[in-house]
Design a binder for this molecule. Structure first.
Ligand SMILES: *[C@@H]1O[C@H](CO)[C@@H](O)[C@H](O)[C@H]1NC(C)=O
Ligand SMILES: *[C@@H]1O[C@H](CO)[C@@H](O)[C@H](O)[C@H]1NC(C)=O
Ligand SMILES: *[C@@H]1O[C@H](CO)[C@@H](O)[C@H](O)[C@H]1NC(C)=O
Ligand SMILES: *[C@@H]1O[C@H](CO)[C@@H](O)[C@H](O)[C@H]1NC(C)=O
Ligand SMILES: *[C@@H]1O[C@H](CO)[C@@H](O)[C@H](O)[C@H]1NC(C)=O
Ligand SMILES: *[C@@H]1O[C@H](CO)[C@@H](O)[C@H](O)[C@H]1NC(C)=O
Ligand SMILES: *[C@@H]1O[C@H](CO)[C@@H](O)[C@H](O)[C@H]1NC(C)=O
Ligand SMILES: *[C@@H]1O[C@H](CO)[C@@H](O)[C@H](O)[C@H]1NC(C)=O
Ligand SMILES: *[C@@H]1O[C@H](CO)[C@@H](O)[C@H](O)[C@H]1NC(C)=O
Ligand SMILES: *[C@@H]1O[C@H](CO)[C@@H](O)[C@H](O)[C@H]1NC(C)=O
Length: 855
């Protein structure tokens, strides 16, 4: 009896020591996976969080913010398993480290496996405690020492994907240690180390690079004393974030502070590679993105090559620096600015002058010469005297500090305001007197010496900080098709308004508080908008689901794709994928407005297209006269531009895999928009690899290698594009491989006529006589090249664009297209309901055929 009582007492006191929720763990305590530590003022919590595959991780999150927002993870690449034994725990080890252990019951001798350790090496005889501070820092310190410089270890030295106020990122040159951000594998789901990092490079003039593995995708520009040169919107505002960038012989740091403890703000790199500053807005209980990068095409690293400037308001966006011309004229016209520009006149050294550029993000500064104490006049003189100096700038906005470039200048972009001044060396003859200076600066700069430390304070923020500027769209193309010469049209063809931002136009009552979150629609709203998905609202059906027309309460018309339930994707993956795809914006792609997830239901919400799909007009006897030749030509070119964007211009290379007339939608002005792009991505990676067991596509549009072997590539899309072109010209459907009859096999017919020199016979009789023969022939020629049997004989989309736009482009002679399959016969189910007379087919929904294991 006494024994029992004693036992009760001990176990009771044991329980008390471990279950009190404080901010501190002492060396005699054990912290189990069901426990938490809370910082003194209740701002942050340390505990375990679930990940994928019943993994659990030690993490820190905001206590009072819902949904749980995690700011730090300890064992991101060494998860514990959440099992019934509950055998993982945290404790302070005998050598003064904080360790995560697994008390493996499967092994004998009480074998404890080390899962994660703070790995600090300071030896101390004093008692060590672990404390969660109210700023989110988890620190290991000697019990009676509360000096921040004497912490044995702190989580702030090991950031994950989040930079919190008063947390540093940068380098300590003395200890050769670095702090940087790395994205999660899947934000919100899988905290293990992802592909994207945000790191300071201290070489030359330090700046911060966002990388995807080793590839740089964005850089901040150097610090100009007030802000990063590439973040012109870091400006004084109404709120109180203080930015601090410091550089000295001991290291380089970037951090920010917020005086007001009730404002929560963080800088985070998400798993899709977007860097964002997010601030909690209590009134709406959401995180708002105040700033993000890369935010437009010109933020993409080296979007334009050497000596060219990326200007989002220009078209194309790459513009040569004054005194330079495109290195590769043809690529330049095709909007590929990566080769950059070359000098018009070689430098002479003595007589060279400097061209003054304003409001630019300085060229990359990793291999520059920097003297922080030199004034700008001296800087200009020095650069002028040294013949290999290609340009210079001052480092800070008050005109002190000198930076000189000795090689090519690249990754320059311009801003309408903000940015810095840059002086580029040019031969005197390439400069006219306006806007130029010769070595010395006119402005009256205070050449004050500020010491090696640049340490500056910028008060910024407020909602205005954001960059709310709407991108200026180019004025609409002149639609007066009748008297437009083909030259004008060629020019239009190259006017390809690429808009790579995550901004969504359309401003109806959707939740777009946050620019980066994909608007999520409520299932009830969609049900209402589509009248409970009634048959009458059905617009079409494809392999990925049924499309319904709908109208939101605010009146906006939408098209809703209800995805079939076979997508093997998890919810977060699905959302991530949709977010990426929503960021692809181009005038020839249907815009994704948002998505909706409800239990098993996954819906995509698109803008509604007044003229529905191309097939509903092209193959409809009464309506096809709406499509005169100019309109058809514009449609062909528009599709080509959209596909070019998917294949080559966008951040994601997307192979459409199901390009066909019913996936080409037409707006009120008959502008073509490709739909269903990216759906293949959503439907699981196993299907988007170079070979697939599951052939998704539509007979008549599938390239031979894809239909027969499941091989696909951009060239299989090019094949489908070729079929589209021939269909648009002829107004006839391609029936696929199985028809040997010329009338039914469009490709065979086109080839026969081409060979016999009677190609113009192909043209749809409803077009009449008003067409430019050369244009029609060129389109047929391009169409035939695109449907060549061998993928390598087909052109890529950049060549297609060039051939379509240029009267003089060299075009190879086509050979026999890939319509005959040499004995390999297929029996596709003919799903088209009205296949009796090809000219009267009126079908929105030519069903996508899905073949399992076509091999
Ligand atoms: C946590 O788990 C341990 C071991 O499974 C259990 O003894 C304890 O009661 C739990 N504590 C809480 C607060 O749930
Ligand atoms: C905790 O809150 C009190 C009162 O609001 C404040 O005085 C104190 O500075 C806060 N402590 C920390 C660490 O933020
Ligand atoms: C572990 O699993 C249990 C039971 O499924 C659950 O209640 C608990 O929240 C999980 N722990 C974590 C950290 O997810
Ligand atoms: C570790 O496992 C042993 C045997 O299962 C058990 O007696 C011991 O209490 C466990 N220790 C901890 C800290 O969970
Ligand atoms: C601790 O150090 C060991 C050996 O150097 C290393 O394998 C381990 O990854 C380190 N752990 C952490 C969390 O840094
Ligand atoms: C900026 O950082 C430096 C070095 O870390 C520090 O001395 C200075 O006080 C900081 N400035 C502000 C405004 O916090
Ligand atoms: C960077 O921050 C660390 C930690 O706060 C500090 O020890 C170091 O002196 C700072 N370095 C510079 C160059 O400000
Ligand atoms: C701190 O911020 C909160 C929320 O924005 C605001 O209500 C409060 O007045 C601020 N306090 C100070 C001292 O500025
Ligand atoms: C930087 O410029 C100053 C002023 O011209 C000069 O005295 C100093 O030697 C220069 N420092 C270096 C490292 O070139
Ligand atoms: C020009 O500057 C480069 C780099 O600083 C240096 O290596 C070279 O010697 C300089 N040339 C002259 C003529 O001063």
């Amino acid at each position: 009896m006494r024994g029992f009582f004693f036992l009760f007492i001990t176990s009771f006191s044991f329980l008390i020591t471990i279950s009190t929720s404080t901010d501190t763990l002492t060396s005699s305590q054990i912290f189990r996976t069901n426990q938490t530590l809370e910082s003194s003022n209740g701002t942050f919590v340390l505990g375990f969080i679930p990940g994928t595959n019943s993994n659990i991780y030690l993490a820190i999150w905001y206590k009072n913010i819902n949904p749980r927002t995690i700011v730090w993870v300890a064992n991101r690449d060494n998860p514990l398993q959440n099992n019934s034994n509950n055998d993982g725990f945290l404790k302070i080890s005998d050598n003064g480290n904080i360790v995560l252990l697994l008390n493996s019951s499967t092994q004998s001798d009480n074998n404890r496996n080390l899962v994660w350790s703070s790995n600090q090496t300071t030896v101390t005889k004093n008692q060590v405690v672990l404390q969660l501070l109210d700023n989110g820092n988890l620190v290991l310190r000697e019990k009676n020492v509360n000096d921040p410089t004497k912490y044995l270890w702190q989580s702030f030295d090991f950031p994950t994907d989040t930079l919190l106020p008063s947390m540093n990122m940068g380098w300590n040159f003395d200890k050769k240690t670095e702090q940087y951000l790395t994205s999660w594998k899947i934000t919100g789901e899988n905290p293990s180390t992802g592909d994207y990092s945000f790191k300071i490079d201290y070489h030359g003039l330090p700046e911060i690079f966002l990388r995807n593995d080793e590839t740089i995708i964005y850089r901040s520009g150097p610090w100009n004393g007030e802000r990063f040169s590439g973040v012109p919107k870091m400006e004084p505002g109404t709120d109180s974030i203080v930015f601090n960038f410091s550089l000295n012989e001991h290291g380089v740091n970037y951090s920010f502070y917020i005086e007001n403890r009730s404002i929560f703000s963080r800088l985070v790199v998400d798993s899709s590679g977007v860097l964002q500053r997010r601030t909690w807005v209590e009134s709406s209980k959401t995180w708002t993105t105040f700033w993000y990068a890369p935010k437009d095409q010109c933020d993409n690293y080296k979007e334009c090559g050497p000596y060219s400037v990326c200007d989002t308001n220009a078209n194309p966006v790459c513009v040569c620096v004054k005194g330079f011309s495109p290195k590769n004229e043809q690529a330049w016209k095709l909007r590929d600015g990566s080769d950059g520009c070359v000098r018009n006149t070689n430098l002479d050294c003595e007589s060279d002058k400097f061209y003054h550029m304003e409001n630019v993000k300085l060229p990359e500064t990793s291999s520059v010469f920097v003297n922080m104490t030199m004034g700008i006049d001296e800087c200009g003189d020095l650069c002028h005297r040294n013949c290999s100096c290609t340009g210079y700038a001052y480092v800070t906005t008050d005109g002190s500090g000198c930076v000189m470039w000795f090689g090519v200048l690249f990754d320059i972009r311009s801003y309408s305001d903000g940015g810095q001044d840059l002086f580029v060396r040019l031969a005197a003859s390439d400069i006219d007197n306006s806007g130029s200076t010769s070595g010395s600066q006119k402005k009256n700069h205070k050449a004050e010496i500020i010491g090696i430390t640049i340490s500056a304070v910028v008060i910024i923020l407020g909602l205005g900080f954001i960059f709310c500027k709407r991108r200026k769209f180019l004025s609409k193309l002149n639609r007066n098709t009748d008297n437009r010469g083909s030259l004008q049209r060629s020019r239009d063809l190259l006017m390809n308004e690429v808009v790579v931002t995550s901004k969504r136009g359309g401003s109806s009552g959707k939740r777009d508080m946050d620019d980066l979150e994909l608007p999520m629609f409520d299932f009830k709203i969609i049900t209402m908008a589509t009248n409970n998905f009634i048959e009458a609202n059905k617009l079409g059906e494809g392999g990925f689901g049924i499309v319904y027309r709908g109208r939101l309460i605010e009146g906006q018309e939408i098209a809703v794709k209800r995805l079939s339930k076979t997508s093997g994707q998890g919810l977060e993956e699905f959302k991530n994928e949709v977010k990426l795809i929503a960021r692809l914006q181009h005038r020839n792609l249907v815009r994704l407005l948002g998505c909706c997830i409800d239990k098993d239901e996954k819906l995509l919400v698109y803008e509604y297209m007044e003229n529905r799909s191309l097939d509903s007009i092209l193959f409809h006897k009464a309506r096809k006269p709406l499509l005169d030749w100019n309109t058809r030509y514009d449609i062909i070119c528009g599709i080509a531009r959209g596909l070019h964007y998917l294949h080559h211009d966008s951040r994601l290379r997307i192979i459409h895999r199901d390009l066909k007339t019913s996936n080409i939608l037409l707006d009120s002005e008959m502008n073509p928009k490709i739909s269903d792009f990216g759906i293949a991505r959503i439907f699981g990676q196993n299907q988007t690899e170079a070979n697939t067991l599951r052939v998704v596509g539509t007979y008549g549009y599938m390239s031979p290698e894809y239909a027969m072997d499941g091989n696909f590539s951009v060239k299989s899309d090019v094949f489908s594009f070729g079929v589209l072109v021939l269909e648009i010209i002829s107004g006839k459907k391609n029936r696929g491989f199985c028809y040997t009859n010329d009338d039914m096999n469009l490709l065979k017919n086109a080839w026969t006529q081409w060979r016999e020199g009677t190609a113009l016979k192909l043209i749809d009789s409803s077009i009449g006589d008003s067409y430019a023969q050369s244009e029609v022939l060129r389109c047929i020629h391009v169409g035939l090249l695109c449907v060549q049997e061998r993928a390598e004989d087909r052109p890529t989309m950049p060549s297609v664009l060039l051939m379509l736009s240029s009267e003089t482009a060299l075009m190879p002679e086509p050979r026999s297209p890939g319509f005959s399959l040499g004995g390999r016969s297929m029996n596709p189910p003919e799903t088209d309901s009205s296949s009796s007379k090809q000219d009267e087919t009126w079908s929105v929904n030519q069903v996508t055929v899905t073949l399992l294991d076509a091999r």
